[in-house]
Design a protein around this ligand. Sequence first.
Ligand code: FES
Length: 282
Amino acid sequence: MRTDEVQGFVDRHVGERGGLISILEDMQARYGYLPADVLRAVAERTGQSLTDVYGVATFYKSFSLKPRGKHLCSVCVGTACHVRRAPMVAREVERRLGIRPGDTTADREFTLETVNCLGACALGPIVVVDGHYFSAVTTGKVKDILEQTRAGLDRVDVKTDRRIFPVTVSCSRCNHSLMDAAHPIDGSPSIRVTVSFKRHHGWLRLSSLYGSYTLECEYEIPMDAVVDFFCPHCHADLKSAAGCPECGAPMVAMIVRAGGIVQVCSRRGCKGHMLDLNGSGF
Ligand code: FES
């Protein structure tokens, strides 16, 4: 019985900071969603109120109270995307998948949702599939996006993939450029910052192609470790006030030279990121 399994998840994270989030993450991975009986069992076994458990389960978008498909497809229908024909894109996705927003396909491959703004208005209409941003989507591109998803979105060809676009960034505190043309990644100048984890302190280079997760680091960072990011020029902490929409870890903010803010999750391996090309503050 699945409520009996809950004790195992609770024991694994007992005493951890943010342990409730980790318990729910494990259960979301196990069941694909957070069933009501499981949430009640978590509240009972952790001693937290059901209201608190439910609050966390509904706060983060990575959690779902309904069974979800293998792939989450979010179509932005916010104002900026709307005026660029996002409703037609949404209808085309609905037509091809045969479901309405909020529903999951019968083969449990896709869950479709519409959202009101993904912070990349200048590039709309935006469609996000499993955390991968597709910009300037038209009805004609929908078929390719869905086929690409079925084939495996993690296989990215940075030369031809339409999700990939370059950003030039600077420190959110001293405004010094963070670009490192001498050490390209994915064929473009990398973004260089300083990171610190436990007693390690060294450089980290990220791909400047938004949508690519390629990075190089002076030392090995274990998966799931949360790392502190600093500007290599003024040494300011680059952490922003925002929490990662995927895992809750602190986000790291950088200014986009063309205007706006890009934020990436400070947890190794998490693909949480946000791009707000209209943003001006943290
Ligand atoms: S309205 Fe679609 S990204 Fe902002």
